[in-house]
Design a protein around this ligand. Sequence first.
Ligand SMILES: Cc1cc2nc3c(=O)[nH]c(=O)nc-3n(C[C@H](O)[C@H](O)[C@H](O)COP(=O)(O)OP(=O)(O)OC[C@H]3O[C@@H](n4cnc5c(N)ncnc54)[C@H](O)[C@@H]3O)c2cc1C
Length: 498
Amino acid sequence: MATSPKIAIIGAGLGGLTASIYLARTGARVTVYEKNDHPGGKAGNIHGNGFRFDTGPSLLTLPFVLQDIFTFAGKNIEDYLTIEKLNILCKYFYPDGSILNAYAESGAFAGEIERVSGDTASQVQRYLRYCKTIFDRTADLFLFNDFRQLKNIFRSSSLKTLLKLYQIDPFRTMHRANASFFTDPKIIQLFDRYATYNGSDPYKVPATLNIIQHVEYNLGGFIVREGIYEIPRTLMNIARELGVEFQCNTDITEILYKDKTITAIRSHDKTVEYNAVISNVDAGYTYSYLLEDKKGKDARRYFQQEPSSSALVFYWGIKGTIKQLETHNIFFSKNYTSEFDAIFNRHQCPDDPTIYVYISSRFCEDDAPPGHENWFVMINTPYNSGQDWESETQRLRKIILEKLSSSLRTNIESKIVFERTLTPVSIEKQTGSLYGSLYGISSNSRFAAFLRQPNRSRDYRGLYFCGGSAHPGGGMPLVMLSGKLTAELVTKDLQLTS
Ligand SMILES: Cc1cc2nc3c(=O)[nH]c(=O)nc-3n(C[C@H](O)[C@H](O)[C@H](O)COP(=O)(O)OP(=O)(O)OC[C@H]3O[C@@H](n4cnc5c(N)ncnc54)[C@H](O)[C@@H]3O)c2cc1C
C-alpha cells in the first residue's frame, strides 16, 4: 500500500490551524511547526499580576466561518466557545466632546448618527444598503472562493459582478465615497476608519473596501466570552484530536526545493521531507528568510506592494472602573488626513493618533482582579522602517495618556498597575510578520486584491500560503477562510479525499 502524503504547515496562526483541520481527514499526515510554545500567532495571550490580555484581534466578525470549522470537525462550537453579539459595537469619542454609540441595531445606530451630527437616519440606511450591495457582488468571488480559478470566474454571479463593476465602487477612494454619502466630518471619519481593518489608508484604498462596514453593521460584531485566545487554543486541541501532529518551539529556517518542486523543510540542522508545504508565515518573511527568493514571479509582485500599517499596543492593568467606557472604544484624532499622511506617506507615528481601547474584563471578569480592568490600548503606526521605537513608545505613551485623561476627565497614568507593550519590532519578532505589518500588504492600490500572495505558489510546485498576507487577506475570518481555501487546493493537487 502506498504511504500517505506528508504535509507540513509552518506556523500555528489562525490560518495554519484552520488548514490543518481541513486537511486532517484527508488521510494525509499533517504536521504543524510553530516557533513559539503556544499557538495563535498575532491572536496570542499574555498574563501578569492577575490580568489576562488578548494580544491582537479583539472583535470577531463573520462568526459562521469559525462555526463551519467546528462543524467540519464534527464538533459543536457551543461546547467550546460562547460567542455573543455586541449591542454596542463601539463607543466613539470625538475631539469636540461629542460621543456616539455605534449600536448594532441599525435603526438605533441611524438615530444616534442623526442625534450627534447633521446627517440623517435615512442617509445612514442608504449608505448601509450601498455597502451591502458591494458585499453581495464581491464576497463570493473574492472572499469565499479563489477568484484565480476559472470555474469561479465563469459562475453567473461572478460574471454579473464583472458586468456591473461600478456597483463595487473600485474607481474612487473609500473617503471620496463616504464623503458623497455624508456631510458631517465626524460621520465620514467614523466610516473612513474601516480602512484600518486591513491596515490601509482611507484616502487611498478603493471604496470597494466599504464592504467591511456591511460586515460589521449589517451582519454584526461579536465577542468570545472566554477571550479571543481561546479560539486558537481550541482549534489546536481539535486538530490534535483529528490526528494532526504539533511541533511547538520549532523554528523552521528553510524551505528546500529541487527543480522548483518543494522537497523538505529544515529546522536548523534537522531536515524532514514533505510532499507539500503550507507557509502560514507572512509571505514577505517566507520569501526573504525561508526561501531566500526575491526574484520569482510571486515574490517580485509581492515586494512591489506597500506593506500594511502596524500598531503600537499598551496592555494596561487599570485600578478601578471607568464607567464612561464600553467594551470597544475609539478616541478620534482631530485631523484624520494628517494622521494617515504621517503613517503612509511620511512613515512616522502621528502626533495626534486615534486611540482604540478594548476592555475584555467587561464581559470576562476573570481577565482582571476584582475592582480592576484590563485595557488594550492601540494606535495605528507605520510599518517598521528603522524608526526609533523605544523613544517613539515613550513619546506616544505620554500623548495617549494625556488624551485619554482629558477625554475621560481622570488621571489614567495614576491607575496603571501593570504594563506591557507591543511595537512593530516585537510583532515581527513574535510572529514573523515582515516589518511588523499586521496584514501583509496594504490594500491601498486598486489592484491589491489581485496582487496579494495566491494560496498556491506559481513558482514552486508543492508550496502553498495561508494567513493574513495571502488571499483573501487579513483579519480573523479572512485568515480562517484562507486556511480553508488552501486546504482545498492541497487536497485537489495531491488527489486526497476530503
Ligand atoms: C495588534 C493587533 C490587532 C488586531 N486586531 C484585529 C481585530 O480586531 N480583528 C481581526 O479580525 N483581526 C485583527 N488583527 C489581525 C489578526 O490578528 C490577524 O490577521 C490574524 O490573527 C493572522 O493570522 P495568520 O494565520 O496570518 O497567522 P499569524 O498570526 O501571523 O501567525 C503566524 C504564526 O507563524 C509562526 N511562525 C513564524 N515564523 C515561523 C517559523 N520560521 N517557524 C515556525 N513558526 C513560525 C508564528 O510564531 C505565528 O504563530 C489584529 C492583529 C494585531 C497584531
